[in-house]
Design a protein. Structure first.
Length: 223
C-alpha cells in the first residue's frame, strides 16, 4: 500500500526480456534503502514492484506479462526517470490517498499549459475508468496522488503545484505522453457493493445492502 507522495526520482539502469517477461533494474537515487529488504514493494511510476535483488544503488524486479499488458513498461528506456515510493508504514504520516500500485489504465497527456507557477494538465482517460473519476476526487498519475480539478468529456484536468513538478517526473510531460492511471479504490469497492446489493435485491427480494436510496438517505448523494 502507498500514499502517492513521491519520495525520490530514480532512473532505469537496465531493461531485459527474460523468458518472455521483463527484468527491470532501477537506480533509486536519493531514496533511502536502509530499511528495504528482499520481497519489499516499491512503487515505480505507480506500479507496485517487488524487490528481488538489492545491488546497493537500487533494486531489481521482475515484471509479469500481466503488468506489461496494462502499463507502458515495455517502452521504458535506459536512463529514463521514474517516480519512486516505498510501501507505507503504519506509523508514518498519510499525506496522499490510498494507492495500491495496481494500474487501472493508460491515459495520455492531451495538453500542458503554464498557470502562474503551476502546471495544468489535461489527460485523456479510457472509457473503462471514467465512471470512477469525479471532480475534486483523487487519482494517481504515474504514482502521484493528485486532485481532479474538473472533467471535460473523456478528459480529466489537473493543476500541479511547483513542488510536485520539481519532485516528480511530471515536468517532462508533453502532449502524447502515456501515463499510468489508478482510480480511487473506494470508488471501486463502492461500485462492487452496489452491484452486489442490486443483484441480491433482484434475485431475493429486498435483501438490504448498499443501494442508491440508502446512500441518498445518509447524505452521500444529492437527491
Amino acid at each position: 500500500m502507498f500514499t502517492g507522495i513521491i519520495e525520490a526520482v530514480g532512473s532505469i539502469a537496465d531493461v531485459r526480456m527474460i523468458g518472455g517477461d521483463m527484468r527491470l533494474y532501477v537506480r533509486t537515487g536519493v531514496l533511502d534503502l536502509a530499511d528495504v529488504k528482499l520481497g519489499d514493494s516499491i512503487a515505480t511510476n505507480g506500479v507496485c514492484l517487488t524487490a528481488v535483488e538489492l545491488p546497493g544503488d537500487g533494486f531489481i524486479a521482475d515484471v509479469s506479462l500481466e503488468t506489461l499488458a496494462h502499463t507502458r513498461f515495455e517502452a521504458l528506456t535506459v536512463g529514463e526517470a521514474v517516480n519512486l515510493e516505498k510501501a507505507m508504514r503504519a506509523d508514518t504520516r498519510f499525506g496522499g490517498h490510498i494507492v495500491t500500485g495496481h494500474v487501472d489504465a493508460l491515459g495520455s497527456v492531451v495538453e500542458r499549459s503554464e498557470d502562474a507557477r503551476s502546471v495544468r494538465l489535461k489527460i485523456r482517460m479510457p472509457a473503462s475508468i471514467q465512471r470512477y473519476v469525479a471532480a475534486k476526487g483523487s487519482i494517481t498519475v504515474d504514482g502521484v496522488s493528485l486532485t481532479v480539478n474538473a472533467l471535460d468529456g473523456d478528459c480529466l484536468e489537473l493543476n500541479i503545484v511547483p513542488h510536485t513538478v520539481r519532485e516528480t517526473i511530471i515536468d517532462s510531460y508533453t502532449a502524447g505522453r502515456q501515463v499510468h492511471l489508478e482510480v480511487d479504490i473506494i470508488a471501486r469497492y463502492l461500485e462492487r457493493l452496489m452491484s452486489t446489493a442490486q443483484h441480491d435485491s433482484t434475485h431475493d427480494g429486498d435483501a438490504g445492502g448498499v443501494t442508491l436510496a440508502l446512500l441518498a438517505n445518509h447524505g452521500f448523494m444529492r437527491r
